[in-house]
Design a protein around this ligand. Structure first.
Ligand code: CDM
Ligand code: ATP
Length: 283
């Protein structure tokens, strides 16, 4: 029996998110800065000689065939013709529909983990192309570096961002990404900016264009943003529901996180420019 492969599936934050257009297929053109957190799910992979794929525990809200982990595994089997299968376990910590990219990160960890376990030898570029068919955020998790992203989030340029301690609050609601993107009130005409401007931009550029619509649709998110902004500049990640703020020490972040826990689920995590998945794989 080969050793089980235990790998992290980290969360991401969108440090800013501008919507610059809408494509003919309805998907939106974005400009965003992605960064990872040292907080996330853990996946364990064991190879099987038959081609079965098994995932445990089952998710309450997602059918097994729809789970992004299973879809990533099947995609890899189909793309390579391998006859191997896997037993996969997941320790889920990231809230679903939280804007932390949990599903996309799970898919990326499955692609890289099974590529390693089954000795398939696909490149990160090939895995990112496969991953993009599963979700717009999968490629950044496959490449594993904080990034400036354009297109629907797939045109990536690695960047190095500051690495503060973040307080992340889950306001207790699930935001449907699709509903935010189809909202009539969503502004889709932010003027495209250069990466250099985004990196220097400061508070005026570091905004999330989804915030107005998400605040209006989900008062619980607005409440968490308003509460957190009393401590530091607060932001929405992705289409929410999670909100976050940056702190320059673990102590000050912990203090605010503990105060937030009186009302919501909250955690403290450090920003990372390299994904812990790639550290674990030694890439
Ligand atoms: C907004 C972000 O969180 C930024 O990181 C992501 O781009 C969202 O990525 P995701 O959750 O993986 O989203 P997907 O599963 O690809 O898409 C969910 C739905 O959101 C809409 N969607 C998503 C991404 C995008 N660039 N434009 C869109 O219009 C589409 O209606 C799509 O059906
Ligand atoms: N392994 C998985 N983990 C989480 N969600 C999954 C998974 N497989 C399928 N899903 C589905 O994908 C949806 C989005 O999940 P995810 O956790 O990526 O949301 P998110 O954090 O809002 O992501 P994003 O920031 O990319 O919008 C979930 O609501 C769920 O129905």
């Amino acid at each position: 029996m080969s050793q089980p492969l235990v790998l992290p599936a980290p969360a991401k934050l969108n440090r800013m998110l501008h919507i610059t257009g809408r494509r003919a297929d309805g998907y939106h053109e974005l400009q965003t800065l992605f960064q990872f957190l040292d907080h996330g799910d853990t996946l364990t992979f064991e190879s099987r000689d038959d081609s079965e794929l098994r995932l445990s525990p089952a998710f309450a809200d997602v059918a097994e065939q729809d789970n992004l982990i299973m879809r990533a595994a099947r995609l890899l089997q189909q793309a390579t013709g391998t006859r191997l299968g896997a037993d996969i376990q997941i320790e889920k910590r990231l809230p679903m529909g939280g804007g932390l990219g949990g599903g996309s990160s799970n898919a990326a960890t499955a692609l890289l983990g099974l590529n390693r376990l089954w000795a398939l030898g696909l490149s990160l570029k090939q895995l990112a192309e496969l991953g993009l068919t599963l979700g717009a955020d999968v490629p950044v998790f496959v490449h594993g570096h904080a990034a400036w992203a354009e297109g629907v989030g797939e045109r990536l340029t690695p960047v190095t961002l500051d690495t503060p301690w973040f307080v992340v609050i889950h306001p207790g609601v699930n935001v449907a990404t699709g509903a935010v993107f189809t909202d009539q009130q969503l502004t889709r005409d932010s003027r495209p900016i250069t990466m250099a401007r985004a990196l220097q931009g400061g508070a005026s550029e570091w905004r999330n264009d989804c915030e107005t619509v998400v605040r209006a649709r989900y008062p619980q998110v607005a409440e968490a943003l308003d509460w957190l902004s009393r401590h530091a500049a607060s932001m929405l990640t992705g289409t929410g529901a999670c909100v976050y703020a940056a702190f320059d020490s673990a102590e000050s972040a912990d203090r605010v996180s503990r105060a937030a826990e009186q009302y919501w689920q909250a955690f403290t995590a450090r920003g990372l420019n390299t994904s812990p998945l790639h550290d674990a794989l030694g890439d």
